[in-house]
Design a protein around this ligand. Structure first.
Ligand SMILES: Cc1cc2nc3c(=O)[nH]c(=O)nc-3n(C[C@H](O)[C@H](O)[C@H](O)COP(=O)(O)OP(=O)(O)OC[C@H]3O[C@@H](n4cnc5c(N)ncnc54)[C@H](O)[C@@H]3O)c2cc1C
Length: 382
């Protein structure tokens, strides 16, 4: 078997790379280890319209469960800040359907897909990746390729086989546990976030509505004292609802890996740490980077240049286009890490009195005068 491009992993990163590589003329094979694209879900399924713009697809009612107009954010003492529109607007997807739909789009542009096939190793020749060795239904298959795009998620191993350091550790990850719950009385157009050491240490709990009485209820933590599942059970026990699904997974929240390409290979999405560290949102970033990897791959095929030097265009482009957002997001996550519950309460009470779109310098100064401990944090933000 021989393809221009082999893509490892068949969710957002893999399908967006396959879609744009195929669209731009490359002969693509996408390989997914699970028997079905999109399952099991490990996601709270919130995303913004940027995802659809990037992928050049129209949002479809087939997979949109809720249109989101804003968010309620709860401090540990229950103080609630409300965000309306802007950054808080978006959609809750049904990723089982969305991910499969994206793979179908890639297939419609000519990408071939193999499911229930696990990439076990890379084929290398003279320091260049030139294919993969995969296992399908007990058979080992050698698949040659000019380029390999790795989108195998947070537990990525394939990029490491090419010498890239994509390894995540408990310290660089946020541990998450989530139920999809039925019976919940929550506004279908608003997200809910809950902060506090007792609720979700160094993270947050969420309720993301999926229509009228279904919601994703989850917890993301960075603490090794108790598991995310422990905090999820505690949080969910206060809700009058019952689970129909449980997901457990990690999110890389320490910023992108140092290098995302080498001779004959690029790495995309969670596997490359391309996630917003503050929110843990990776769908739109992964789609963005997947698209760039697909486009660069097609160009590399056209120019018959698969070298490290050519593929650095991929890293240059994604760092230029979204690198600053990821850096800022990491900065905010580190600032939040430093705040005690009491300080989050103070900040929430102050923000509740402000128009968040235009907080004046005078009111900021008034707040710092009252609570000078925030001066250092303000300097870090600025
Ligand atoms: C609980 C939780 C909630 C989240 N909530 C949100 C949210 O609300 N909004 C948001 O934007 N982001 C969210 N995220 C992050 C988001 O889900 C990820 O950033 C995104 O799915 C990354 O996509 P990906 O394609 O890089 O990786 P993945 O979605 O992990 O896909 C990787 C694929 O590769 C396959 N694979 C792995 N190894 C191999 C192999 N050797 N051979 C073949 N196939 C292989 C896997 O089976 C999988 O299908 C959440 C994450 C978690 C864990």
């Amino acid at each position: 078997m021989k393809y221009d491009v082999v893509v490892v992993g068949g969710r957002i990163g893999g399908s967006s790379a396959s879609l744009f590589a195929s669209k731009n003329g490359a002969d693509v094979l996408m390989i997914e280890k699970n028997q079905e694209i999109g399952t099991p879900v490990q996601c709270a399924e919130a995303t913004s319209s940027r995802t659809f713009q990037t992928l050049e697809i129209k949002p479809s009612p087939n997979y949109i469960r809720s249109e989101i107009k804003g968010a309620d954010i709860y401090a540990p003492d229950g103080t609630c800040g409300h965000l309306e529109g802007g950054y808080a607007e978006g959609f809750i997807l049904e990723r089982k359907i969305f991910d499969k739909e994206l793979a179908i789009q890639a297939a419609n542009f000519g990408a071939e897909i193999m499911v229930k096939t696990k990439v076990k190793n890379l084929i290398k020749k003279e320091n260049k990746v030139c294919g993969v060795i995969a296992k399908h239904m007990g058979n080992t298959i050698k698949i040659k390729a000019d380029l390999v795009i790795v989108a195998d998620g947070v537990e990525s191993q394939v990029a490491q086989m090419a010498g890239l350091n994509t390894k995540q550790t408990p310290n660089t990850l946020c541990s998450c546990a989530q139920y999809e719950m039925v019976g919940l009385k929550t506004d279908p157009h608003y997200l809910k976030f809950y902060f506090g050491q007792q609720i979700a240490p160094k993270g947050y709990a969420w309720i993301f509505p999926k229509g009228e009485n279904v919601a994703n209820v989850g917890v993301g933590i960075r603490s090794n004292t108790k598991t995310a599942y422990h905090f999820l059970k505690k949080f969910a026990s206060s809700l009058d609802a019952t689970p129909v699904e449980l997901n457990i997974g990690g999110v890389p929240v320490s910023g992108p890996v140092e290098k995302t390409y080498t001779n004959g290979l690029m790495v995309v999405g969670d596997a490359a740490g391309q996630v917003e560290p503050f929110t843990g949102g990776g769908i739109h970033i992964t789609a963005h980077c997947g698209r760039i990897a697909g486009e660069v791959a097609a160009k590399a095929i056209e120019e018959e240049n698969y070298s490290d030097n050519f593929l650095k265009k991929y890293e240059k482009r994604w760092r230029n286009e979204i690198g600053k957002d990821l850096k800022d997001s990491l900065k905010y996550r580190k600032i939040l890490d430093q705040l005690s519950d009491e300080e989050i309460n103070m900040l929430a009470k102050f923000l509740k009195t402000q128009d968040l779109k235009s907080i004046s310098k005078m009111s900021m100064l008034g707040f710092i005068k009252e609570y000078p401990q925030f001066l250092k944090l303000l300097k870090e933000i600025l």
